[in-house]
Structures are given as C-alpha cells and as structure tokens.
Design a protein around this ligand. Structure first.
Ligand code: SF4
Length: 542
C-alpha cells in the first residue's frame, strides 16, 4: 500500500508536526510505503521564495535560520514581522485570506457546515492552494492508495477539506481519511454530516494507529477501528473503539520529513510521553480522554520506550525537545529529567505541567539541571471560588507555592489565564493579579509570559453538559456555529472591552514587578518552540 500523509496549512512553520510522524511510524511497521507531504511548510517556503535577483527574501531567510540571530530576541522578532509583510502580500493577493506565523484568517468558516461545504464544493476559491500546485501534482502522480490528512488545528480545516475534494476528483480510487484534534474534538457532531461521504471515506475519532494499521492490512475504511463513515442511506457507521496500547506504540518516524525546511535556526522535536491528562477533571477542558466509566483516562508510555525514542532523536543529532503531553505529573517530570540528564551531551526542552501538590523545588531543580527551560502551566485564576467551582483541583496557595518553587529552580513559566467566568467579579480578578504579583518577582523577568483567554464552553465537558451548574445559560446553537466545538460564554463589545481591560491590567502589573525591559511576554508568541530557542540563546549570551 502507498500512503500519502498530508499536513495542510496553516500551522506553526517552525517545527515538524507530531501527528503525521506518529502515523508514519504505525504505517511503516505495518509495511506500507509512506510519504510525508508537509504542505504547510511548503506554503511558507513558497511564499518566501525570491521573486527577483535582489529580493529581500534571501536576507530574511538567512536571518530567520541563523542561530546567532536568536541572541537579540527583539531583532529576531522584527525579522519575523518583516517576513509577515511578505505573507500579507503574497498569500491571498485577491482574496480575504490572511496568513500569520501562528494562525490564519479570512478562510471559509471552520465552525459551520456551510463553511465546510464551501471548501469542499469550491476548493479553487482557496486562492492560496495555487502556491501548492506542484506538491498537489506530485501527490496525484504518485497515485497513493491512501490519503490521510491531519488537521490538528481549526486553522487547517479549510485546506483539509479543499484538498480532500481535489484528490477525490483526481484520484477517485484513493481512500481519503481525515484525522487530528480539529476532527476528534467534533466527534459528537460529525455523525450528522453525512454529506461528507461523497468526499472522504472516513474520519478518525480516536487514536490513529489502530485505524491506519487496519487500512494497511486491507480492512475497508468503514470497518476500521476508531472510524466514522456513512452508508449510502447517510447513516453513520462507527468502527470499534480501540485505545492504542501505549506499551506497543511505534516510535514516530520523522525520517521522511523535510527537516531542513522548517523556519527555525534549530529544530525542536516533539515528543509524546503520555496521552490524556493525569487530572482530567477541569470543567471547561475538552482535552481529557475519558474511559467508558466516564473517568479521565491518562495513558503514559513506559519510560524505557520514551528513553529509547529520545536516544534515537539524540543519535539523529537533535538537541531540543518539546514534550507535548497535556501535563507532566511530578514523578514523570523527574523521570524525564533523568532521561535527559543521562544523554551524553546537554539538551534543552520545554513541556506542559499542572500546579500539582507533588511538584516541588527539588523536582524542578532536577528538571532545570537536565535542560528544561520553561513550563507552560494552566494557572487559569487566582480565585479559590472559581478554581473550586471549575474543578481545577488547585487553590491559590498551592499555585503560589509551586510557581515560587519553579522560579527558585531557575525555570521560566508561561501562565495560561482565563477570565469571563459567570458572575466573575472584581475580587476574582484581583485575586489573579495578587497571585501573579506574588509569584512573578521571583522569576527572571525575560522568560515570564502569559496568555489570557475568555472562558469558552467546549463539547464533551462538564460545563457543556450542565451549564446552569456553572451559572451559564448554555450556548445558542444554530447554523452560525453548528460545527463549532467551543462556544463563548459572553459576546459583543462589552465582553471584548472587559477582556482587553483585564489584559491591560496584567501587562501593567508585569511592567511594575518585572521592569520595562523586553521579555517574552511582549513577543505575543503562541506556546511554541521559539520560547525555548530565545531562552536558550539568552542564557548562552549571559
Ligand atoms: S485544563 Fe489542563 S489540567 Fe485541566 S483537564 Fe485540561 S489538560 Fe488537564
């Protein structure tokens, strides 16, 4: 079997995506001939190609890819902004689409079935696909038996659907499967979208490996595990739900990725040590995978397999890693630190964590000594009332203690913060500001960063299952959001103004306690690898 694994635009062009690498590992072990088509990085690269002999593109690219450029973070980010101007000029010259480093705008709606149908019925309207004509032609000429398109973000959905439609027309005998978080988050609402059956053979609703392995061994798409498909009458067909046994997980295969193409001075390799969240109870979070009992399901990989995978990456020359797990529990953070510390040369890494009681200064010191630079943590709020109501499993006192321990260990922390909770009042917001005011002065100012999100109701969460229990009326669902997986609790100018006002107060607090000098909080970075590279370069400089 020939399998084309496609990663469509738009996603962060600075590091290779894990999802197609995981599928490539599974398909390779099942004996399939597999090729990776990262159309996202192909698009960014195409847009940055020089149009004449004295274009600025070569200069910008050399700055973007030069490790020494990282030593001046502000200057490096200015280079990114200059490249942004080129994206603006070239991405969708006559359309409404906008391409950024971290997102994409102006495309058919990702949250309405009408938007999905627009992408399928008029793929040529996605003007930016013209930049990918040669890659699309290459896939067609290869005539794969299987085309798998991974959409891990809503920003990829328009291209995912348009590409599926193009390949359905050009390669009617190829099987087309869609997967990734942007698909699985919608697992409860996709069965009603039977019209998709004319364009795709199935979508993957869970772990991709069992589905891919079954396809490679000749099982029909509608009989593969974890699949959703539709029969001719439009009835939804569900494959058997199978959880991938983490003890038998094949290592992800990056060998066929265009690793020299990513727009970064150093590759940061994603590593998955577990699936699901060890806590899994936050009332607003769609991330937890639930067992049949309804309880959260945390599936760690045996650490010897994690160590073997990291060792393979090290042998391949990689020295920087992003641990993609939802949250590293304290024992796993320590074990992982030991794995990195045992490598023959120093490495750097970042990951996600919770404010678990078991995290302490000693564990963080061990992580920092092994090369951990920064942890991304869902702090959400400093209000105990809100933390309790939304089952965060943390109170502000513990949050303070854990953040101060991380600071004492020399780690940087990115805080995910939330606002817009029903009946949130000034005392709740002040509690968040007080928490940050106590914790931030203990950190090295450059590495401190945060995001402030408005609370949304997400499918399959406690908040969506029983909105009144959380003081919410629930979402209004109609044709304007029939394929949305998250719903704002408050709308309109007043909500936007309230969000902006709180964000401004947090920035003012940061300026007061951290000083006015440039830091990562000014860089508006998503939780991406650039945090790691800029922190590492700064440490080297000092
Ligand atoms: S918000 Fe974080 S800690 Fe809470 S369930 Fe989601 S992933 Fe887990």
């Amino acid at each position: 079997m020939r399998a084309a694994l496609i990663f469509p635009p738009q996603w962060d062009p600075r590091h290779p995506p894990l999802a197609p690498a995981v599928l490539a590992g599974a398909l390779r072990s099942a004996g399939a001939e597999t090729r990776i088509f990262d159309l996202n990085i192909a698009l960014y690269r195409r847009l940055l190609m020089p149009t004449g002999p004295h274009g600025i593109e070569d200069f910008l690219l050399s700055r973007l890819l030069n490790p020494h450029s990282l030593c001046n973070a502000e200057s490096y980010l200015q280079t990114c902004q200059q490249a942004q101007k080129i994206f603006d000029e070239r991405f969708d010259r006559h359309g409404t689409g906008r391409l950024f480093w971290d997102t994409c705008g102006g495309l058919p709606s990702a949250v309405t079935s009408r938007g999905w149908q627009d992408s399928v019925h008029s793929p040529e309207k996605l003007i930016f696909l013209r930049h990918l004509e040669s890659e699309i032609a290459e896939i067609r000429q290869w005539t794969p038996d299987l085309i798998s398109i991974s959409a891990i973000s809503d920003t990829q959905l328009a291209a995912t659907l348009a590409l599926a439609a193009l390949f359905r027309r050009a390669l009617p005998d190829s099987r087309i499967i869609l997967g990734g978080a942007a698909i699985t988050y919608r697992r409860s609402i996709l069965p009603a979208q039977a019209w998709l059956r004319s364009t795709i053979d199935a979508v993957c609703l869970g772990d991709g490996e069992p589905l891919m392995t079954a396809l490679a061994s000749g099982v029909a798409p509608n009989e593969t595990p974890n699949s959703l498909s539709w029969n001719e009458a439009g009835a939804a067909l569900f494959g058997t739900a199978i959880l991938q046994d983490m003890s038998f997980l094949q290592p992800p295969d990056f060998s066929k990725f265009p690793l020299k193409e990513y727009l970064t001075p150093h590759l940061v390799i994603p590593v998955e040590t577990a699936r699901g969240c060890p806590w899994g109870r936050c009332a607003f979070c769609i991330h937890p995978v639930r067992a049949v009992t309804g309880r959260p399901l945390y599936r760690p990989r045996p650490m010897n397999l994690v160590a073997a995978e990291i060792a393979q990456h090290f042998i391949a020359g990689h020295r920087r890693f992003l641990i993609v797990d939802e949250a590293l529990p304290p024992p796993r953070l320590r074990e992982l630190a030991d794995i990195f510390a045992d490598l023959p040369e120093p490495v750097s890494w970042i990951g996600y964590s919770r404010l678990d009681a078991g995290h302490d200064r000693e564990g963080f010191i061990r992580a920092r000594a092994s090369g951990c630079r920064k942890l991304f943590i869902g702090v959400e709020s400093g209000s105990d009332r809100i933390l309790t109501r939304f089952h965060k499993g943390v109170d502000a006192a513990r949050a303070r203690r854990v953040l101060l321990d991380a600071a004492a260990a020399g780690l940087a922390v990115h805080s995910f913060l939330m606002t817009g909770f029903p009946d949130e009042d000034e005392s709740d917001r002040q509690a968040t500001l007080d928490l940050l005011a106590d914790a931030w002065p203990a950190f090295e100012p450059f590495g401190v960063s945060f995001d402030l999100f408005p609370l949304t109701g997400e499918l399959e969460t406690d908040l969506m299952a029983n909105p009144p229990a959380f003081g919410w009326k629930g979402p209004q669902r109609d044709a304007r959001n029939d394929l949305a997986w998250q719903f704002p609790l408050s709308h309109g100018p007043a909500a936007a103004e309230s969000l902006a006002e709180f964000k401004s107060r947090i920035h003012k607090l940061a300026d007061r306690v951290l000083g006015p000098a440039f830091g990562l909080r000014h860089a508006s970075l998503a939780q991406d690898s650039l945090h790691l590279l800029l922190l590492e370069a700064r440490t080297r400089k000092s």
